[in-house]
Write a protein that binds this ligand. Sequence first.
Ligand code: GLU
Length: 483
Amino acid sequence: MSSSNIRVRIAPSPTGYLHVGTARTAIFNYLFARHEGGKFLIRIEDTDVERNDNSLIEPILSALKWLGIESDEPVVYQSARLSLYKEQVKILLENGHGYRCFCAPSDLEAEREKARAEKRPPRYSRKCLGLSQADVDQRVKAGQPFAVRLRIPEGEIVFNDMVSGEIRIKNEDIEDLVVARSDGSATYNFAVVIDDHDMGITHVIRGNDHISNTFKQIHLYQALGFPVPRFGHVPLILRPDKKKVSKRLGDKDVAQYQHDGILPEAMFNFLSLLGWSTKTEQEIFTRRQLIEIFDAAHLNPSNAVFDEEKLISFNKAHIQMMSDHDLAVLVAPMLVEAGVTTKYWLETRWDYLRQVVGLLKERTRRVTDFVTLGGYFFSQDFTYDPEAMAKHFDAESAELLSALADRFAALSEFTHQSAEQALEGLAAERQVKKARIIHPVRLAVSGMTVGPGLYDTLVVLTRPIVLDRLKKAVEYIRTRPQI
Ligand code: GLU
């Protein structure tokens, strides 16, 4: 990986929590920068005071950080750069690419209304472009409010998109956009161009819902005399029902997946393949591998589908890839938070936690499963699954559990093999199927019917605990009210 002057960015607006689409775009930019040895930057687009909620900035940055994505340079906030935009407005007016528009909002609305009625695309009439210099000067002097618009030249705009190849539009289809409002504030497209130029951005990779902005922005780059960066528009992320992923349809933001037990490595890997192809069959990659193989030429123009089941399968694979130790570090605070055990208890039994995590790992789809499916390793305080009880707890099983407890107690060593032999010996003697004993035992020690291999579970739980739970189950069966 050589160092290059490639500079890319992600530019979230604080209008919601970190959306999976924005996270995916961040990942593409990040992978591109890392692969090419360039720089990845973050800019917060926080100038739209009506739509923005600044309390969302921190959660957005921390969700990106959770994914392992941080800015290589201090985060840029648009709200701190308003004077810069003002300077550029002056330049546009001076170089003739910009002009003052004195039209009142009500006049503009009337124009748009008329266009709609005549079934024309609503486009500014350029009324103020025709004003004489003397007229303009006089209105400015009189303090008449004005916006500044960009004069779109004739011709067409063509650019070579990194994802879709050549994209073009006739300039007559673009209206003279407002770059500065009458209160002097910069509009979205104007601020983006100035910032991207100022931050030295060489490649703009973003969602294809921004293509119409790109046309306007290229005009702005040209009007301001800035070099035009390369653009790449990635497809939208769709739900399995082919609707665009959106909060309104109940789709989750990145932090919610974190809360639901998805590993950042899995999310990163999964999102990286939504619109980008490795050109191989392999799907599970570490971040490091993704950086190594990322090739922007394989960004894909067709829409990508967000299939949550697939994300879970990625998660499962990444959980298997983690060491027991690293998983234990992740799971420990979750167990404490869920009230399953205490920090102190875990600190004194770190090896035990590691063993439990190693045992449960294989069946785990979400990190939270360690808590929901493994609570019985840390607490005696569990209840028996009622359906399983009806099936597996009866007078005969009480007798079998009691006999098994005696055999376990008599073993010289309590191992996978010795526990298995003891259980099989008992089944043979009583002429019952092994399952007749296995199911009640599992229920007695865990309260559940599913879990890791039974003998491994017993060994990890340790003999005293197993004996205690078998006896408790026997007592429970014998003393529970008969229905
Ligand atoms: N603030 C824009 C968004 O959140 C970013 C657009 C861009 O990347 O230029 O969609």
